[in-house]
Each structure stands twice: as structure tokens, then as C-alpha cells.
Design a protein around this ligand. Structure first.
Ligand code: B16
Ligand code: MG
Length: 218
């Protein structure tokens, strides 16, 4: 990517980057899938990374008999109720100490920090892991109409930070998230599952490598 700005803001995806709530998503969807007799495994769960709740359900129902819109709504509400119950056990212990250290260091270096998550539960998750105060802005599933790979969630985050996309980097674990970042004109950083994605501008294997962005002159 060719831009001439220094990074002034970093937008972090939440699930799979800051905290690993993917296992809780898996357990909640598994409960629903078993109840309605649809196959659901870890590979299918991987496809739900960064994807909205309803779009996740559509993926799970790909090989199921037709389901009405009202039933879909009921199923997604039921999954969310189970997921939220599981989130109650989430605490600051579930965040890697490196994450807290790196966020603190970025703030010291005057980098603006935001969350860019597809989740409608982002606020609650941040509260549970006691990271709410680290972020200058939160853009999540509650303030968007189109989910990743559409860039809306990151464009909103940049707007909340009062920065241009070209001044921000996006750190993502989902391929859809990297595509969204690139579509919005952000510098994209792949971590976790997305560290293998060749479209990412930078691929990292440890959260602490995010610090490279604070001095990067692209
Ligand atoms: P909710 P992220 C995403 O979070 C998850 O990766 C994805 O599996 C989930 O379906 C989506 O949030 C919506 O979550 O049901 O809580 O609204 O990776 O974008 O932080
Ligand atoms: Mg994610």
C-alpha cells in the first residue's frame, strides 16, 4: 500500500485479536446446531470469523432444510443468549499481558486507539476484560449496516477518531477484515488466522509486533 502518512491511529478487531471469544461463539453455535440437527465443526466455525451474527447463521444453515425469517431471528436470539451467558465468565485474566502492555505503550506514544468489531456485544466484552478506558473510540455491530468485508465499521472508527483512513492501521484476524481494511484505504495488519493472508500489508505473529506501527513511515 502506498501512502505518505505516519500512523496516527490503530483500529483493533476485538474477537481473535484483543481477546479470544471464538471458543464461546463456537460453544453457543454448537448448542443451536445440535438442537436443530445440523452439522457444525471447528472448520465451519473458522468461517464465522468477523462475520455478523445473522450471516453466521446463514453459513450454518447452508445444508439445512429451508428456515423461515422468523425462525432465523429466534435462532440467532437464542445463540446470543447462550453466548452472553458464557461472556459473564470472561475477565481481565483472559487478556494476554502483552496486549495490555502494548496498548499502554501505544497511548504513551500518542497513537489513537479504536475498536472495529462486527460484534454487538463489544461494549460488554470490553467491560468484562476491563479494557474500555484504553480505547478512544468503539465502532461495532451496533453502529453499522454492512459488515466486513464492507469497510463501514473501520470507516466509522476512523471518523470517531477524527482521522483519515490513510492515517490509520487496522489489525485483524479475519480475511474478511483484511479485505474490509483494504477496501477502506487503511494499512492492514494480519494476525492469527490472517497472518497467512497474502493481501495483508503486514503480517505479524505476536501482538507485540503491533509496536512496529508506532514508528512506521510507510
Ligand atoms: P455478535 P470481531 C465478530 O467479532 C466475531 O468474530 C464473529 O464470529 C461474530 O459472529 C461477530 O463478531 C458478531 O458477534 O453475535 O456478538 O454480535 O472479530 O469482528 O470482533
Ligand atoms: Mg476477529
Amino acid at each position: 500500500m502506498n501512502v505518505n502518512h505516519t500512523i496516527k491511529g490503530i483500529i483493533f478487531d476485538l474477537d481473535g485479536v484483543i481477546v479470544y471469544t471464538d471458543e464461546m461463539h463456537y460453544r453457543a453455535w454448537k448448542h443451536i446446531a445440535d438442537r436443530i440437527g445440523v452439522e457444525f465443526n471447528r472448520d465451519i466455525n473458522n468461517r464465522l470469523r468477523g462475520v455478523s451474527r445473522m450471516e453466521s447463521l446463514e453459513i450454518i444453515l447452508e445444508n439445512a432444510k429451508p428456515v423461515s425469517d422468523a425462525e432465523k431471528l429466534a435462532l440467532s436470539d437464542e445463540k446470543n443468549a447462550i453466548y452472553k451467558k458464557l461472556l459473564e465468565s470472561l475477565s481481565e485474566k483472559d487478556v494476554d499481558s502483552d496486549v495490555r502492555r502494548v496498548l499502554r505503550e501505544l497511548k504513551k506514544r500518542n497513537i489513537k486507539l479504536a475498536i472495529g468489531s462486527s460484534s454487538k456485544n463489544a461494549g460488554f466484552i470490553l467491560k468484562q476484560i476491563k479494557l474500555t478506558d484504553f480505547f478512544d473510540a468503539v465502532s461495532d455491530g451496533n453502529n453499522i449496516e454492512k459488515s466486513k468485508p464492507d469497510p463501514e465499521v473501520f470507516l466509522k472508527a476512523a471518523e470517531f477518531l477524527k482521522l483519515m483512513p490513510s492515517e490509520c492501521a487496522v489489525v485483524e484476524d479475519a480475511y474478511a477484515g483484511i479485505d474490509a481494511a483494504k477496501a477502506g484505504g487503511f494499512y492492514s495488519v494480519g494476525i492469527g488466522a490472517a497472518s497467512a493472508y497474502d493481501k495483508a500489508d503486514m503480517k505479524i505473529h505476536r501482538f507485540s509486533e503491533v509496536l512496529k506501527l508506532a514508528t512506521l513511515k510507510k
